[in-house]
Design a protein around this ligand. Structure first.
Ligand code: FES
Ligand SMILES: [Fe+2]
Length: 326
């Protein structure tokens, strides 16, 4: 099982958006385990195994009152950092058993996303400098669930040779069939990948590109941050930048969360949902393809055939295999 590799536990994964916590605790799956996530009295996001230490009720079925998570079974109450602050049956003010505190895991909120690390953080959450640039706005898209492996998703997001086939309904055109020679480089502190230029279909993408015309020119970068994060940056000739962070999280080997985040330096006039409708349609095309493939992408490179256009994915797989080997 891919998700049983202990080294994966030491990295960060997106499991929700911060906005998803407004209504109370939520259940999430990560690397084959179930967790509860909620917002504590301090405002911090807290995550712990979705199991009450008392009689193992799922805590995600509970409620949050005043930031405290209340178990639905006997009302044990958990506050900041998962500390058990009340056992109602013992009466007010009585000490709680030390083992009643929840074994929380690392949780952070960044870019409107909730990131979890179940082990000891060795990996980092990648830095997106546009986040602190007032010329850019951030648009979150919600977290979806794909019936495919995070390995297949990351491979797909690094690959441009599928554009004229999978994305024929959005931006893929015949001219994209041949992929120019790819040279890999360190794109910035956090992403390794490649730069390329491409003409893409624009008939359905005018809102996203800010331009009319059947075809638009893009200067792009696409790179990965281990284990499963990809950043694509699009620079249009008008000066418009459109950045897409693509986050794939293994719930288990063949089920994953997917979310994308956009940063763009437009004039903020078009409603966010209209801006990302094109990216949503593109994501739906990838999802439909990958959900038909099945299984985990083999990390043994000899098990699949690769060509020069697969160079980014081959290098990502090589580095992922090294990470898993510890
Ligand atoms: S199972 Fe949670 S309080 Fe009893
Ligand atoms: Fe795609």
């Amino acid at each position: 099982m891919l998700v049983d590799h202990p080294a994966l536990c030491d990295h960060w994964y997106v499991v929700a958006e911060g906005a998803d916590l407004a209504g109370g605790p939520i259940p999430v799956g990560l690397l084959g385990r179930a967790y509860v996530v909620w917002r504590a009295p301090s405002g911090e996001v807290v995550a712990a195994p979705d199991r009450c230490p008392h009689r193992e009720s799922p805590l995600s079925l509970g409620t949050v009152t005043g930031g405290c998570l209340i178990c639905p079974y006997h009302g044990w109450t958990f506050g900041d950092a998962g500390r058990c602050v009340e056992v109602p049956s013992s009466g007010p003010g009585r000490p709680v058993p030390p083992a009643a505190h929840l074994p929380v895991i690392h949780a952070q909120e960044r870019y409107g996303l909730v990131w979890l690390c179940p082990g000891t953080p060795v990996g980092t959450i990648p830095t997106i400098t546009a986040e602190n640039d007032r010329a850019y706005r951030r648009i979150n898209s919600g977290v979806d669930r794909w019936a495919t492996s995070a390995t297949r998703m990351t491979d797909n997001f690094l690959d441009i040779s599928h554009f004229p086939y999978v994305h024929a309904g959005t931006f893929g055109i015949e001219a994209n069939r041949e992929v120019p020679k790819i040279e890999l480089e360190q794109l910035d502190d956090d992403f390794y990948g490649y730069r390329y230029e491409v003409e893409v279909g624009n008939e359905k993408g005018a809102t996203a590109s800010g331009q009319v015309g059947a075809v638009v020119h893009r200067r792009m970068t696409t790179g990965f941050h281990l284990p499963f994060t990809v950043l694509s940056t699009i620079h249009y000739e008008t000066g418009l930048d459109h950045l897409i962070l693509l986050c794939s999280t293994p719930i288990d080997d063949v089920t994953s969360y997917f979310t994308f985040v956009i940063w763009r330096n437009d004039d903020f006039s078009v409603p966010a949902e209209e801006v990302i409708a094109f990216d949503r349609a593109i994501g739906a095309e990838d999802k439909a393809m990958l959900e038909r493939v099945g299984g985990v992408l083999p990390l043994d490179q000899t098990a699949t055939v690769s060509v020069q256009s697969d160079k980014p994915s081959v290098e990502w797989r090589r580095r992922l295999a090294a990470l898993l080997a510890g």
